[in-house]
Design a protein around this ligand. Structure first.
Ligand code: SF4
Ligand code: SF4
Ligand code: FES
Length: 751
């Protein structure tokens, strides 16, 4: 493995429309122009993908060069003198717009895109006032692709949708069907009904791809846009709620630069509606807090609410229990003892720029779709090698994975030890670390994990001469009985092999909670549940003893896996009590919850910034100025690492707790837009081994939680481990504390 090369980009100077512009070698003319506030019209350009170069609207003149140049793909040379506007260029661009309008129905009066349509805007900008000629229009009916519909008659074949489907989300469902004037976009994976196609509709510059649910419900200009942060997946990406008459009509984002997960695009119908102040319930809540010993809560609370709970712990001695966040907190604390830092090193940006990515201990396409998108970007933009290590192959990763390494469920500690041994082989290490690695019984670990030494050697060789490595690890490791030793072994790869490591935090605000609260392991005495069942339950799900606001009904901040603190704004009305009201009665003092934004713990990396001073925008280069980045705090080190423990393998009927891609919690389960059956999914092989047939109703128990589910055969699955969704059981926090693989006894109760 080579260490990362730090080559300073070469500075260049160019002149655009008479303005002297500084840039770096490798930047395109369009990029430089945009950075310098110089407008060049485009129709097919999308900042977050590679240049598509299909529209020719971005043509410019470069002095000394014959013919017009496509500024979106042409890299500027030092000293170039560029003109972006003159009569010739205007005429050429006008001709392009005239061509776009040949046979375009111009039915703007009924088109969803009207008011935000690039074709409409540029038709006016270039003074195209009529259709001078037409051609025979083939019959091309509107196609229904589930979450979106496609109208070929409106399509201008800019290919943006194809590029995001390929380069960003990686579903690779959309392709160009070439046919000259009759070229269209086709969905080659209609059966999969990918919700990720919402992203394709988001970048469509015209009305060709329309959100099926939003279609014909509102004009764009009637909608009020309220920026916020994704409450579901934990990636903290930007969302814009678009509302009218007190309802959310759709959710969009800054699609030019960022990408939204399907849960936030569609799972916005989570409000706790029609809530009024219920004084009796409030008094009962105060009484319950007086006698409670423990507050148990889900990841769906804000940083400020987590801070309130921490303050209440300090003043009243509550145990704070949030199982997933606690497992992650302990993992990161142990991780930090090797790296000396409170945070992992990697980011989505470093991930998408990687030349090699290793994924261990997460079904990442489902656990953190935004992370999967960035692995996909690395694969598409840098031909990154992607090694996916997991007991279960994932068909949704197949097109980007270059090496699938299957290991036995339960053997994660051995797997990570083998990885550390393999990838640190040629690297100078402190004696004690080298001694630990030398003591590993590689033959035994290989046998128990079922990873062949030749597989590891192939992985090692594939990384030689590459630069820019990322390692993505996830929840399978955090709740593993040996999580803390696993964390140290993973951290060795960050510290000594220069891997950009992303430890995918639990969804929702698991990252923020784990940073803010001193969490406990044990539930003691009577409990207050917040968004989970307790002896007294506060709930934004509408099923508790006292109502609370959902994430779309409150102000506050969230902390994301990008280690960024960003704001959520009030989108919908809420008339009930909030946690801050209870806290004030219990001795704290703040008029509004967001008074705590500036009080978030600086010792944990937060900044003392007022909520109203948090920024929320992307600049012309696409740099994010949303909230602020957590500081990476120095922590005490302890380089001791334990021997790898005996592996407790699993045999018999094994299931893996895993939610489908757009589901994370009881809140996504509540969303009608995301309705999904929660079935146990297994391969034919699993069905045969467990003596089940498709459609059987079965019962099984995990950590005391009883499941009754319909079993379905999923032909995309292989092997003998079935997938058990938990999102619909959001109130069963006991389950969330368990290691994700479980051996279960299945009882058939119906077929
Ligand atoms: S795509 Fe644009 S130009 Fe075409 S009908 Fe719709 S709003 Fe009008
Ligand atoms: S459907 Fe939209 S994004 Fe896709 S090629 Fe047509 S116009 Fe472009
Ligand atoms: S923006 Fe350059 S060809 Fe379309």
């Amino acid at each position: 493995m080579s260490s990362a090369r730090n080559v300073e980009p070469k500075a260049i100077n160019v002149t655009i429309d008479g303005k002297a512009c500084s840039a770096v070698f490798g930047q395109t003319i369009l990029e430089i122009a945009r950075e310098n506030d110089i407008y060049i019209p485009t129709m097919c350009y999308l900042t977050k993908t590679l240049p598509i170069a299909s529209c020719r609207m971005c043509i410019v003149d470069v002095e000394g060069v014959d013919g017009a140049i496509l500024s979106c793909q042409e890299k500027a040379t030092d000293g170039a003198v560029i003109n972006t506007h003159n009569d010739e260029l205007f005429k050429e661009r006008q001709s392009i717009m005239k061509l776009y309008n040949v046979n375009h129905p111009l039915e703007c009066g009924v088109c969803d895109k009207s008011g935000e349509c690039d074709l409409q805007n540029k038709t006016m900008e270039f003074g195209v006032s009529g259709q001078n000629f037409t051609t025979k229009e083939p019959h091309r009916p509107v196609q229904n692709w589930g979450v979106i519909s496609y109208d070929p008659a409106l399509c201008i074949m800019c290919e943006k949708c194809v590029r995001v489907s390929t380069e960003i989300t990686g579903d690779e469902a959309l392709k160009v069907k070439f046919g000259g004037y009759s070229s269209t976009i086709e969905n080659v994976k209609q059966d999969a009904n990918y919700k990720t196609l919402g992203e394709a509709a988001a970048v469509c510059p015209v009305g060709a791809l329309a959100d099926s649910r939003f279609k014909y419900t509102s004009n764009a200009w009637e909608l009020k846009q309220i920026p916020s942060t994704c409450p579901h997946c934990g990636a903290g990406h930007d969302v814009i709620y678009e509302t009218k008459k007190g309802e959310i009509y759709r959710v969009s984002n800054t699609a030019e630069f960022s990408t939204m997960c399907s849960a936030s695009r569609y799972g916005f119908d989570i409000a706790n509606k029609d809530v009024k102040k219920d004084e009796t319930a409030f008094k009962s809540a105060l009484k319950a807090f007086e006698s409670a010993k423990t507050v148990v809560f889900s990841n769906e609370i804000s940083n400020e609410e987590a801070h309130i709970l921490q303050k209440l712990k300090e003043s009243r001695g509550y145990n704070l229990v949030s199982h997933e966040a606690r497992a992650f907190q302990k993992f990161m604390a142990s991780y930090g003892t090797i790296t000396g830092k409170s945070l992992y090193s990697g980011s989505l940006e470093t991930l998408s720029k990687s030349r090699a990515v290793i994924v261990v201990g997460t079904r990442v396409n489902d656990d953190a779709p935004i992370v999967k998108y960035h692995i996909n970007m690395a694969s598409k933009w840098h031909r990154a090698r992607v090694a996916y290590m997991h007991p279960i192959e994932d068909v949704e990763m197949k097109n980007i994975v270059t090496q699938f390494i299957k290991y036995e469920a339960g053997s994660e500690e051995g797997v990570v030890a083998l990885l550390a041994d393999t990838l640190l082989k040629d690297i100078e290490l402190p004696e004690n670390i080298r001694a630990i690695l030398n003591d590993l019984d590689i033959g035994n670990l290989s046998a128990e994990s079922n990873i062949g030494e030749e597989e590891l050697e192939a992985l090692r060789k594939s990384l030689i001469k590459k630069v820019g490595f990322s390692l993505v690890v996830g929840a399978d490791l955090y709740a593993h009985p040996r999580a803390e030793n696993i964390a140290k072994l993973v951290a060795l790869l960050e510290k000594y092999a220069g891997f950009n490591v992303i430890c995918v935090p639990p969804a929702g605000n698991g990252m923020g909670i784990s940073q803010i609260c001193d969490l406990d392991d044990a539930v003691e005495g009577s409990t207050i549940g917040y968004n989970v069942q307790g002896d007294f339950t506060l709930s934004a799900l509408g099923n508790g003893d006292l109502d609370m606001p959902s994430f779309t009904q409150q102000e506050g901040t969230l902390t994301s896996l990008t280690k960024r603190v960003t704001s959520m704004n009030v989108v919908l009305e809420y008339g009930g009590y909030v946690l801050n009201d209870i806290a004030n009665e219990l001795g704290l003092d703040a008029d509004y919850t967001i008074e705590y934004t500036k009080a978030l713990p600086v010792s944990k990396g937060f900044k003392s910034v007022e909520f109203d001073d948090l920024t929320d925008y992307f600049d012309a280069k696409g740099n994010e100025h949303r909230g602020y980045s957590l500081d990476n705090v120095t922590v005490d080190t302890d380089a001791s690492i334990e021997e790898v423990a005996e592996i407790n393998g699993f045999d018999g009927t094994v299931i893996y707790n895993c939610n489908p891609q757009e589901h994370f919690s009881a809140f996504t389960a509540k969303s009608n837009n995301l309705t999904k059956e929660a079935n146990l999914l297994g391969s034919q092989q699993f069905a045969t081994a467990a003596k089940l047939t498709d459609g059987d109703t079965i019962c099984y128990t995990i950590d005391g939680v009883k499941f009754t589910r319909v079993f379905k055969i999923d032909t995309s699955l292989k092997g003998t481990i079935a997938l058990n969704p938990t999102f619909d059981m959001g109130l069963s926090t006991a389950l969330l504390s368990s290691y994700r693989f479980s051996k279960v006894d299945l009882e058939r109760v119906g077929s």
